[in-house]
Write a protein that binds this ligand. Structure first.
Ligand code: PLP
Length: 463
């Protein structure tokens, strides 16, 4: 059947009848009560549907299309690799050129004490790998009790069994029998919503670290294996850490011999204006999770970057017990690695890091200039090319809207009518932005203006 013969309605009908969508109200979707846009093409920062309706993609897919749509170099690298060698596994020491070159490029891009990259296909599977490696590490060191993993309320680390548990959002737990018993959650480092009256950012960071320490002591430090966190909280609301946060957290982890996993799935590869969020905030992770921006989503690929401390123990473990029993068929998939390698090449050739350092501050200033102080704007926040606007009934008293009003969802729908895709984040009434990193100033202006108009319209609709 030729796809080109199918009209929008026929595609929608097939979609509603056969596709099981993630994070979707299934019954409403089947009944035709949810929006059902069928996307058809894209170029640069724009994406359009089968009806030709074009939107500026202010969320870069799901913060992943970092080099933008229609990048010929990546498409060509995939095609060439598909002709040459579409797949060779990397089990039992077998290698391929793109995988070897990609692993080297990633280790060098992160720097610090990173040694090896284990490849997967998604942020979730990379974090599943990381937790298994934490357990293996402590077992080899003779500390088999050190199995609990601490993450933050409102952190997001995936939606598998362990990773869905690490995710600190009830939406991903409820009715799934999660979180698993080995996971604990600690304070969300959100200064605007969590700080006490008169508390400075530094004092709030210290309190977050104190609460983490209290949790570790209550659980028993000998039972806590690792802490996982995103440098900037992403899906939980795009929340940069308060001043001094990571330094204070790192000190607690060091004190109790707890590994740090930096989940850089969103922040990695220049999004914050540094190569990695860890660099921006002075984190010293033992393991780093990457995905999304690694290939700009042209093909799925993730990586667990393993630092010296863990790597040396993994090697010791195999000296004692033989080969490590972990892997996916598509670990180091040849085509995905070729796509990622080309993506990193484009990122360097276009000097995206300098570009983000140039337009990122402009974007943050413009958002604040147009939205701060609005009667329903609680906070305008962000870093680099990551930004969020949190809507509140009473911004000064920090009173949110009643959840049943669905203010965030309604605002995102209005924004779409204004030509821009922003994401209604799953917690609170927050509209998030993470457009492709190639975004230009005039395109930033379009997002900012559309957001300002949207917030005004939302305000009027609530009166
Ligand atoms: N970690 C972070 C920080 C993420 O934002 C995400 C996805 O948004 C994941 C992990 C999970 O990645 P995936 O959806 O590719 O499994």
């Amino acid at each position: 059947m030729s796809l080109s013969n199918l009209g929008t309605e026929q595609l929608q009908e097939k979609d509603r009848s056969y596709v099981f969508h993630p994070s979707t109200y299934l019954a409403k979707h089947s009944r035709g009560e949810t929006p059902n846009r069928i996307m058809a093409g894209a170029e640069g920062v724009y994406i359009w549907d089968t009806e030709g309706r074009k939107s500026l993609d202010g969320f870069g897919g799901l913060y992943c299309v970092n080099m933008g749509y229609g990048c010929a170099e990546i498409a060509e690298a995939i095609a060439q690799q598909a002709r040459e060698l579409p797949f060779a596994h990397v089990y039992a020491g077998q290698g391929t050129k793109p995988v070897a070159l990609l692993a080297e490029a990633i280790v060098e891009y992160f720097g610090q004490n990173m040694r090896r990259v284990f490849f997967g296909l998604s942020g979730s599977d990379a974090n599943e790998t990381n937790i298994k490696l934490v357990w293996y590490y402590h077992n080899i060191l003779g500390l088999p009790q050190k199995k609990k993993i601490i993450s933050r309320l409102r952190g997001y680390h995936g939606s598998g069994l362990v990773t869905g548990s690490l995710t600190g959002l009830p939406f991903f737990h409820d009715h799934f029998d999660l979180p698993l018993e080995i996971v604990r959650h600690t304070t969300t480092p959100h200064y605007y919503r969590q700080a006490q009256d008169g508390e400075s950012e530094e004092a709030f960071s210290k309190r977050c670290a104190d609460e983490l320490e209290a949790l570790i002591l209550a659980e028993g430090p000998e039972t806590v294996g690792a802490f996982i966190g995103e440098p900037v909280l992403g899906t939980g609301g795009i929340i940069p850490p308060p001043q001094g946060y990571w330094t204070a957290i790192q000190a607690v982890l060091d004190k109790y011999n707890i590994l740090l996993i930096a989940d850089e799935v969103v922040c990695g590869f220049d999004r914050t204006g540094e190569k990695f969020g860890s660099h921006l905030y002075g984190m010293r992770p033992d393991i780093v999770t990457v995905a999304k921006g690694l290939s700009s989503a042209y093909l799925p690929i993730s990586g667990s970057i393993i630092g010296e401390r863990v790597w040396s123990v993994l090697e010791q473990g195999t000296e004692k017990h033989g080969a490590l029993g972990h892997g996916w068929t598509y670990s180091g998939h040849t085509l995905c690695a070729a796509a990622a390698l080309a993506n990193l090449d484009v990122l360097k050739k276009k000097n995206i890091l300098e570009h983000v350092r140039d337009v990122g501050p402009y974007w943050q200033e413009q958002m604040k200039a147009k939205l701060d102080g609005h009667p329903i704007v609680g906070e305008v926040r962000g870093v680099g090319i990551l930004s969020a606007v949190e809507l509140m009934r009473d911004p000064k008293q920090r009173i949110p809207f009643e959840p049943n009003l669905q203010v965030g969802v309604r605002a995102a729908a209005t924004l779409l009518e204004n030509g821009v895709i922003g994401r209604a984040m799953p917690h609170a009434d927050t509209i998030g932005f993470a457009p492709p990193l190639i975004i230009k100033r005039n395109e930033i202006d379009i997002i900012v203006d559309a957001t300002a108009r949207t917030v005004d319209a939302t305000y009027r609709s609530l009166k």
